[in-house]
Design a protein around this ligand. Structure first.
Ligand code: ADP
Length: 222
């Protein structure tokens, strides 16, 4: 039996999965596995998977299960993941959830918790359309909710290389929320059925949510 923790963060675009995963990563010595980040890296380096994913991601639709599962499997096999992982943006479909079960069984691992970040859809468009990320260290910022101390300069590493995602605009967010409710939200019952589901209110301030998450993760990984 491999006891390295496996946490899943569930929630629509804008729920704060990436922000919270980064905090948990530092606090608990886990590795954040974001399939969105892995796919964007594949697009940037022009791999066959990246070429197939590029237009799909820009439209806000889901990349094919097979591509995502392969990328996730490869990443999960890398040495740094041995200390435990936080899955951010995976699984997003029933097929991916079943593939993850198989993958974890093969590795002798189990899911410690699937954490649903509970938010109101109405607030997600503003959260997503206003967000941007430091290209240097990956820290996330927001036009209204998390402004850097010096405009355009990352508080974390001092970089001025701020990036906005091509799919983070009001037009695609609506479609991404529809895809989430149709294909990903059913996973909440899937994990509830396995006794792994935990719900966290994710509408408050970033630090308050992270405090709730820390004590939850402490409990499920103890
Ligand atoms: P968000 O959670 O804000 O939608 P992500 O960075 O997780 O952002 O994902 C961006 C895009 O990457 C998605 O809209 C989708 O096209 C693709 N993607 C990421 N993860 C998956 C996945 N598990 N299955 C299918 N497509 C994915």
């Amino acid at each position: 039996m491999n006891t390295a923790p496996v946490l899943i963060l569930l929630g629509p675009p804008g729920a704060g999965k990436g922000t919270q995963a980064r905090k948990l990563e530092k606090q608990f010595g886990l590795v954040q596995l974001s399939t969105g980040d892995l796919l964007r890296a594949a697009v940037a380096s022009g791999t066959p998977a990246g070429k197939a994913a590029d237009a799909v991601m820009k439209s806000g639709a889901f990349v094919s299960d097979q591509i995502v599962i392969n990328i996730l499997r490869d990443r999960l096999g890398e040495a740094d993941c041995a200390s435990g992982v936080i899955l951010d943006g995976f699984p997003r479909t029933a097929i991916q959830a079943e593939a993850l079960d198989v993958l974890l069984t093969e590795r002798g691992q189990k899911i410690n918790a699937a954490i649903s970040l509970e938010v109101d859809d109405a607030a997600m468009v503003e959260r997503v359309a206003g967000r941007y990320t430091c290209g240097g260290c990956g820290e996330g910022f927001h036009d209204s909710f998390k402004i850097p101390t010096r405009a355009g300069v990352c508080d974390g590493c001092g970089s001025i290389d701020m990036k906005r995602r091509a799919d983070d605009n009001a037009e695609t967010v609506g479609g991404r929320l529809v895809a989430y409710h149709a294909q990903t939200a059913p996973l909440i019952s899937y994990y509830e059925g396995k006794g792994a589901l935990q719900r966290v209110d994710a509408m408050g301030a970033i630090d308050a949510i992270s405090a709730s998450l820390s004590s939850l993760v402490q409990g499920v990984t103890a």
